[in-house]
Structures are given as structure tokens and as C-alpha cells.
Ligand binder design. Sequence first.
Ligand code: HEC
Ligand code: HEC
Ligand code: HEC
Length: 134
Amino acid sequence: MKIYDGGKIFVGIIIFLAFVLFPFYSNTGKVMAKPDPKIDTPEIQKLAVKKCVEPKDFMRSEHMQMLNDWRDSVVRENIRTYKNSMGQSFNMSLQNTCMKCHSNKKEFCDQCHNYMAVKPYCWDCHIAPKENKT
Ligand code: HEC
Ligand code: HEC
Ligand code: HEC
């Protein structure tokens, strides 16, 4: 068997694939964009060592639990000081501690939460940092 006009058929297949696959490659970098939390805030710039309350991996996976524990400890036991794994003390406060460093809620907390479609209801009561509207 002989393929007539193999060149044209080949070009036809490429054009066909380009159309069929368009929705996929035109979305790369949009829908698939990974969250990119920014830590560039005035308070964090002042730190000699750019560290969170606990190591980064721990914060990433445990911050929800940590906030729960902080709240319970403050509201139920009236204990307001947290000692971290390095022996440093922190005031257990969402607004005055977490959001003092992470004053860029939109660029930080919301980056991940929007991506994961979680919407913490904390800001119904707790005051979110003042930021420029973007
Ligand atoms: C003293 C300033 C400071 C305070 C207070 C602070 N953070 Fe952080 N946080 C940082 C810095 C700096 C990093 C980046 C750490 C690194 O890269 O090792 C970070 C990292 C994180 C991360 C991980 C981000 C990532 O990219 O994986 C989470 C989540 C986080 N913080 C949440 C919180 C929460 C919740 C609180 C309050 C319980 C809090 N932070 C309090 C400075 C702070
Ligand atoms: C590195 C990504 C990341 C960053 C940065 C981050 N979070 Fe989260 N957060 C998550 C994920 C993922 C969940 C959902 C966890 C789950 O459903 O088990 C979550 C859940 C939470 C919850 C529990 C919400 C609920 O309804 O269960 C709270 C509260 C919370 N985050 C507070 C914060 C605050 C405050 C900041 C900024 C200081 C922050 N997070 C920054 C990833 C992040
Ligand atoms: C219905 C209102 C309300 C909501 C919603 C709420 N809180 Fe609170 N929270 C309070 C009040 C009131 C206190 C007590 C303030 C005090 O004694 O300093 C408090 C205290 C806290 C404290 C310790 C004190 C401080 O200054 O932060 C933490 C941590 C905390 N809440 C975290 C959270 C988190 C995380 C969420 C969301 C998952 C949340 N709260 C949602 C009302 C609320």
C-alpha cells in the first residue's frame, strides 16, 4: 500500500491535534497554578531569622490545629503565652501574633485557602489586617 500525499495528511493530523488539545494547553499556568504564599511583609523583613512560630513543615500541616489549641487555651483556660519547640514565647493571638507577621492575608493565607477552597470563618469576628484592595 502506498500513502499518497503523506505530507498533507501529516500536516492535517497536527492541525487536528492542535485544536483538540487546545483547551488543555491553554489552561496550563491558570487552573493548575500552585498557591504561592508570600512572606514579604514589613514585620517579617525585620526578623533576623525568617522563622515562623514553629518549623515551616509543621506550620503548613498543623496551623489549623494550632489556632484551635490557642483559642481553647485563651478562652477556656485564660493561658495566653505559648512556648514553642525552641523555648521562645509568643502571645497566643490570631490578630496580634499571626497576622502581625502575616499582615498580607490576601497574598498569604488566602493564596492557599482559595486554592484548596477552604474559607475559615474566623474573620466574621477577628479583624483581618488592613490591606490595599487588589
Ligand atoms: C515572627 C513572625 C511570624 C509569626 C508570629 C507567625 N509567622 Fe507564620 N511564618 C513566618 C515566616 C518567616 C514563615 C516562613 C518560614 C520559612 O520559610 O521557614 C512563616 C511560615 C508560615 C506557614 C507556612 C507557609 C508555607 O509556605 O508553607 C504558615 C501556614 C504560617 N506561617 C502560618 C502562621 C500562623 C497560623 C501563625 C499564628 C499561629 C503564624 N504563622 C505566626 C513568620 C511568622
Ligand atoms: C501553605 C498553605 C497555607 C497557608 C499559607 C495558610 N493556610 Fe490555613 N489552611 C491550609 C489548608 C490546606 C487548610 C485546610 C486543611 C484541612 O481541611 O484539613 C487550612 C485551614 C485553615 C483553617 C481551618 C479552617 C476550617 O474551616 O477548618 C484555619 C483557621 C486557617 N487555615 C488559618 C490560616 C491563617 C490565619 C493563615 C495565614 C496566617 C493560613 N491559614 C495560611 C493551608 C494554608
Ligand atoms: C463568633 C465570633 C468568633 C469567631 C467566628 C471566631 N472567634 Fe476566635 N475569638 C472570639 C472571641 C470573642 C475571643 C476572645 C478574645 C480574647 O479573650 O482575647 C476569641 C479568641 C481567639 C483566640 C485567642 C485570642 C486572640 O487574640 O486571638 C484565637 C487564637 C482565636 N480566637 C482563633 C480563632 C480562629 C482560628 C477562628 C476561625 C477558625 C476563630 N477564632 C473564629 C470570637 C470568635
